[in-house]
Ligand binder design. Structure first.
Ligand code: ZN
Length: 260
């Protein structure tokens, strides 16, 4: 009993399901990509997403966004233009619960990354994901002070660790095959394994859904980033945004930038 009480706050973890329950009743999937952008791999991920008409969430690292490279700025512009949402994943991807990082540095990790994304991509990142998914009192206070909520995940294929595409595909297909609620998938657009695994996963979902529909079973529904954002806004505001936005991509950007 005492041992349990003495556990550090970091041991609690973040609540799941990470993005709430399924809204449609179908098994739902939210796609998120962390740690980018990368000049080679991020465009390849964007190509695959465009082919499947998907608009997702990228949790970006400020030092990868900055650096004044024109090519990075072009990728950022493409991400926004193609209707994806950019979230903040800190400036240098440090464990913000570690004692060797002081409170000021931890705060700068969040704020400087946000400023860099605003300067380069021209959008305000409203969603935040902490590196390594760590949770402690300091992180909770930093987020509360900034009106942020941690955007956690449910499925982690660990490709960030093993960079093995077939292994990642196998894990995701097996999880998706039995999921019944809403799951947030964590992948990394800086990994070649993600570049290779993503088309296979999306093709598998398409094939699986054809089988399910034929068998009168619920298909796997991929939730677009802006649909998830819209769920968190009042209905009237979403309608107003839809009227004001000239196209789907502008709607995605406007919806995300209006998040509380
Ligand atoms: Zn990360």
């Amino acid at each position: 009993m005492l041992a349990a009480l003495a556990l550090p706050a970091a041991a609690k973890g973040w609540p799941t399901p990470a993005a709430g329950d399924s809204a449609s009743g179908d098994p739902e999937l939210v796609l998120t990509f962390d740690d980018g952008p990368n000049l080679k791999t991020t465009p390849a991920v964007l190509d695959t997403l465009a082919k499947h008409h998907l608009h997702v969430i990228f949790f970006q690292v400020g030092e990868m966004v900055g650096g004044k490279s024109k090519r990075v700025a072009e990728i950022e512009a493409r991400i926004v233009r193609e209707g994806h949402i950019i979230g903040n994943h800190t400036m240098t991807h440090k464990d913000l619960c570690k004692k060797k990082i002081d409170d000021d540095r931890a705060a700068r990790e969040i704020d400087e990354s946000r400023e860099t994304i605003v300067a380069v991509a021209g959008v305000q990142p409203r969603w935040f994901r902490v590196p390594y998914g760590v949770r402690c009192e300091r992180v909770e206070k930093l987020l509360t002070d900034r009106g942020l909520v941690h955007f956690h995940w449910d499925l982690d294929p660990q490709e960030w660790k093993h960079n093995d595409a077939p292994k990642a595909v196998k894990y995701v297909e097996s999880e998706l095959g039995r999921m019944s609620d809403r799951n947030v998938l964590l992948m990394h657009d800086i990994k070649t394994a993600t570049v290779k695994a993503l088309p296979e996963i999306l093709d598998w979902i398409d094939a699986e859904n054809i089988k399910r529909v034929a068998a009168h079973k619920r298909p796997i529904r991929i939730i677009q980033g802006y649909e998830l954002a819209a769920e968190r806004l009042p209905k009237g505001l979403v309608d107003w945004l839809a009227d004001a936005a000239p196209d789907l991509h502008a709607l995605a950007t406007q919806t995300a930038s209006t998040l509380p």
